[in-house]
Design a protein around this ligand. Structure first.
Ligand code: C5P
Length: 207
């Protein structure tokens, strides 16, 4: 299986890096955060509770991976709801199954998320753990919102990132952490270009 596993906290640059790698190697790309977000959005849209594991797992089992679009899933409330249902083992089981079948696609795949190298694809060809300090991540998100013409408050974004990290790293099922055999890429003081060339050389060596 030619899978590149890319994990790390929110706003570390995983998305941009994953898309660049997928394009470079002509691999299929799945942003697994979108599977949690789409499940959360389906619950919110139907007025279903976010704290009923059986209901959430049922929605997760019926998710269509084909229709995922970050533009309609980017709302803050959806991200918050996603990280709440992401603690539920039966939701994770359903989504991990769908993610694994995606990972098997030819000629190869890039999956990014929180538990790809540790749980979803422990046999991935190359594992990367992409991180950056909470302050750098908050600043990037802040600049992104401003560049898009939006209004943002840096402190609120930073608080949010810290709380999301705590929830993702502290949960009992599949917490966010680097796999033992992951390459660490700290992008706090590294451009996306530099991170991409480092990643590309790990992959070229493994292929
Ligand atoms: O990366 P993104 O912000 O879109 O992910 C939304 C939420 O989904 C995360 O905060 C995390 O709790 C959850 N998630 C996860 N496992 C993944 C991907 C995302 O638990 N592989």
């Amino acid at each position: 299986m030619k899978t590149i596993a890319i994990d790390g906290p929110a706003a570390a640059g995983k998305g941009t890096l994953s898309r660049r790698i997928a394009e470079e190697f002509s691999f299929h790309h799945l942003d697994t955060g979108l599977t949690y977000r789409a499940t959360a959005k389906a619950l919110l849209d139907r007025g279903l509770p976010l704290d009923d594991e059986a209901v959430a797992a049922d929605v997760a089992r019926n998710l269509d991976l084909g229709g995922l679009d970050r533009a309609v899933l980017s709302a803050h409330a959806i991200g918050e709801a996603a990280s709440k249902i992401a603690v539920m083992p039966s939701v994770r089981r359903a989504l991990v199954e769908a993610q694994r079948s995606f990972a098997a696609r030819e000629p190869g795949t890039v999956l990014d998320g929180r538990d790809i190298g540790t749980v979803v694809c422990p046999d991935a060809l190359v594992k990367l753990y992409v991180t950056a300090s909470p302050e750098v991540r908050a600043k990037r998100r802040y600049d992104e919102i401003l560049a898009g013409g939006g209004v943002a408050d840096y402190e609120t974004i930073l608080d949010d990132i810290v709380r999301r990290d705590e929830r993702d790293m502290g949960r009992a099922d599949s917490p966010l952490k680097p796999a033992d055999d992951a390459h660490l890429l700290d992008t706090s003081e590294m451009s996306i270009e530099a991170a991409f060339s480092a990643a590309k050389s790990f992959i070229d060596t493994a292929l």
